[in-house]
Design a protein around this ligand. Sequence first.
Ligand code: FAD
Length: 395
Amino acid sequence: MAEIIIHQEKIADVDAVLKLCPFGAIEVNDGKVAINAGCRLCRICIKKGPAGAFELIENDAPVADKSKWRGIAVVAEVTAGKLHPVSFELLGKARELAEKSAQEVYAVVFGFRLAPVAEELLDYGADKVVVYDQPELEHFRIEPYTAALEDFINAFHPSVVLVGGTTVGRSLAPRTAARFRTGLTADCTILDIQPDTDLDQIRPAYGGNIMAHINTPRHRPQFATVRYKIFSIPEKCRRDGAEVIQRKLAPSALGSGIKVLEVKPKPPVKMLEDAEIIVAAGRGVKKPEDLAMLHELAELLDGQLASSRALVECGWAPAGRQIGLSGRTVKPKLIITCGISGAIQFAAGMNNSEFIVAINSDPEAAIFKIAHVGICGDLYSVVPRLIERLKGSMA
Ligand code: FAD
């Protein structure tokens, strides 16, 4: 850990110093120049400020005793009594990591009336299912959920905490990680583990141009979030001696500034992530009206229409239909890409699909490197022929 300390006596012009920081992290507190939480350690104040006024101090943080932090924990997510499937995917990965590093797998779950959920988690290979089953936890509210996860970590000391990259997970994981002053890697796409329980957290960085390997060698636990559909759901397999452990939060930990007045279920929408067949449209489509042709192809296959970011940026497709690094991650049985170049940021969201068919007029298009079947041609001639064939086979 590093911090910037200030030598007040070397600052003559306070107003000039306050303007130095592009993040507004320099302020005056009790008549003294101070650094606030906005500091990004960019060091501009050291370079551009009065000579010697700002100094970077490197403090070596103590290394956690890794032998006291054991177990791979998965935060299972429940909404209206149903487990989010990312919980099962994470349990599959947790089991793999646990086998490699001789650790146990925990599933921890918060909610109300959780008995069936706990049984289901046992079926997916957790050694211990830790349950916080209290009426106040029925709906997600950040303060009691954070308190519950904190309680779990303090009680069981897992070395790794895996959280789904969902709306709930993206809120809960960083807040809890901050309480333990430990690292969190968001949206990991690959996870591996060292025998000393250091987690290799791998994710695309710099717009998908590199795969960053991130480690947390000095702190425990190690937090990682993973999006839905990155890993596969494992086969059901109950472990010998697997057990459910009930824990309760004290009433003082259950308080929240959020009051749930009413829960209105959203009308069911077809989630792109759940589609088994996807037809994806890219910039090779020349006019928005032409998407009707791809829509027809998707319907004939009983699939869903998706797009690259190019069409979302044109306003021709909604953001929720975008596949890729900054969109959805999908893993359908079949995806047909139409006029999509296969940029790394698009491929990152679909390259785990079971069967990829690419239609592109450019024989050099990158999409052909990941496609199982490539059709080099004009989508305006290939797609209508596919539609004809499908209609013919249905007649
Ligand atoms: P293009 O790259 O323009 O490709 C069009 C393709 O259509 C070409 O290969 C061309 O040969 C082919 N074509 C043209 N006419 C025809 C025809 N008549 N018949 C058949 N083929 C034809 N992109 C995403 O998609 N998803 C993301 O999540 C995403 N996130 C990003 C995040 C960052 C940080 C950055 C920097 C970029 C991101 N991008 C993302 C953008 C990405 O880099 C590409 O620009 C984008 O994927 C290109 O979309 P495209 O393949 O539809 O268009």
